[in-house]
Ligand binder design. Structure first.
Ligand SMILES: [Cu+2]
Length: 65
């Protein structure tokens, strides 16, 4: 908890939009053009799913201690 994760869109053309929508924690990176980065600060312990608002199949499980 308290660490940060840097989310970098390293795709060459695709825009991504990472977000977490959990009961106890919400995060929204906004639309990320290729090369853009966003910082996710891990404020709450637990298991969370990072999703992409543009590509529903993209999911990343995050375990915060
Ligand atoms: Cu995406």
């Amino acid at each position: 908890m308290g660490d940060t994760i840097t989310l970098i869109n390293s795709d060459e053309t695709a825009v991504h939009h990472a977000f977490i929508d959990a009961d106890r924690f919400v995060f929204d990176a906004g639309d990320q053009e290729p090369g853009m980065q966003a910082t996710l600060i891990l404020r709450v312990p637990g298991d969370f799913i990072i999703q992409c608002g543009i590509h529903p199949k993209m999911k990343l499980t995050l375990h915060v201690q």
